[in-house]
Ligand binder design. Structure first.
Ligand SMILES: C[S@@+](CC[C@H](N)C(=O)[O-])C[C@H]1O[C@@H](n2cnc3c(N)ncnc32)[C@H](O)[C@@H]1O
Length: 246
C-alpha cells in the first residue's frame, strides 16, 4: 500500500490498530531510562502518542507527509514532536530509545539500512536502546502475499485492492505491485512496495557493525527467545548502544 495518499493513511490506521506489539514496545520503553524516545518510521503515530509522559520528549519521524499529517492530527498528537524525514533527523547523542515498529526496518533497503543503523547508533546516548521487529525469511511470508481483486468498505469510501508479489531477489528484496481503487470516484493508486528480508545472522552482523550490541532476539511479543532454527515468522531485536565515546 502507498503511504503517500491521505485516504490510504486512514485505511492504514484502521488496518493496524493498537495491539500486543504496541504493548511490547511500550514495556520496552518503560524498562529503563527513556527521557527522550524516538519513533523512527512512526507512520500514523498510533503507538507514538501513547508514549508521551510528563517529563519525556517523544519524537516521531516519517518520510511520508500523509502519514505524518494524520499522526499530528490524532488525539495526543500535540504531545509529540513530528519530523518529516528519515534517520538523518536524529541528532547526535539526542535520544535514550529508538523504536522502529510495524516492520519499518524492512522498508529500509540496501545501503540506506546501514546508514540508518549508523545514524541510530550516533543518535543514541551512551547506553541508549533500540528495539524493532523484522520478518524471518525462513517463514517465507511472501508466499501468501499475492491477492486477487477484493473490495471492502473503509471510512474513506469503498476500496478495491489487488497485489502481485515476486519472490525475493538475491538481496532478499520482495516486490509487490499493488493497485488500490476508490470505487466511488474512480481514483486509482498503483505502485510498487519493496521489503527486504534479512536473516538472523545478517541483522546481527549489521547491528554489531553499526555499534549496536544485540541483547535479545525474541520470536513473539511475549519475549520467547528466538532460536537459530526457528521458523517463527517474527524476530524482535533489542539492542544497546555499544560504541565507546571519548
Ligand atoms: C508499515 S509502516 C509502519 C508505521 C508505524 N511504525 C506502525 O507501526 O504502524 C512503515 C513506515 O515506514 C516509513 N518509512 C519508509 N522508509 C523509511 C525510512 N527510510 N526511514 C524511516 N521510515 C521509513 C513509511 O513511510 C511508513 O510510514
Amino acid at each position: 500500500m502507498s503511504y503517500d495518499d491521505p485516504r490510504l493513511a486512514v485505511v492504514y490506521d484502521v488496518d493496524n490498530p493498537d495491539g500486543p506489539d504496541h504493548d511490547y514496545f511500550r514495556s520496552f520503553v518503560g524498562g529503563a531510562t527513556a527521557d527522550v524516545v524516538t519513533d523512527l518510521g512512526c507512520g500514523t503515530g498510533i503507538l507514538t502518542v501513547t508514549l508521551a509522559r510528563a517529563g519525556r520528549t517523544v519524537i516521531g519521524i516519517d518520510p511520508a507527509p500523509a502519514m505524518l499529517e494524520r499522526a499530528a492530527a490524532r488525539p495526543g498528537g500535540r504531545g509529540v514532536e513530528w519530523l518529516l524525514g528519515t534517520s538523518e533527523q536524529i541528532a547526535p547523542e539526542s535520544t535514550d530509545v529508538v523504536l522502529m515498529t510495524g516492520n519499518v526496518a524492512m522498508h529500509i533497503l540496501g545501503d540506506d539500512w546501514h546508514r540508518t543503523l549508523a545514524d541510530i547508533a550516533r543518535g543514541l546516548r551512551p547506553g541508549g536502546r533500540l528495539a524493532f521487529e523484522t520478518r524471518n525469511p525462513l517463514a517465507r511470508a511472501w508466499e501468501s502475499w499475492n491477492h486477487p481483486l477484493t473490495e471492502r468498505e473503509t471510512p474513506v469510501g469503498r476500496l478495491r485492492e489487488s497485489g502481485t508479489t515476486s519472490p525475493p531477489d538475491e538481496s532478499g528484496v520482495v516486490t509487490t505491485h499493488y493497485v488500490n481503487e476508490f470505487v466511488e470516484d474512480g481514483l486509482i493508486i498503483e505502485g510498487t512496495q519493496r521489503l527486504q528480508f534479512r536473516d538472523l545472522e545478517r541483522v546481527r552482523t549489521d547491528l554489531t557493525s553499526a555499534g549496536l550490541e544485540v541483547q535479545h532476539v525474541w520470536r513473539d511479543w511475549h519475549r520467547t527467545p528466538f532460536s537459530n532454527t526457528s521458523l517463527e515468522p517474527l524476530m524482535v531485536f533489542e539492542t544497546r548502544q555499544s560504541a565507546t565515546r571519548a
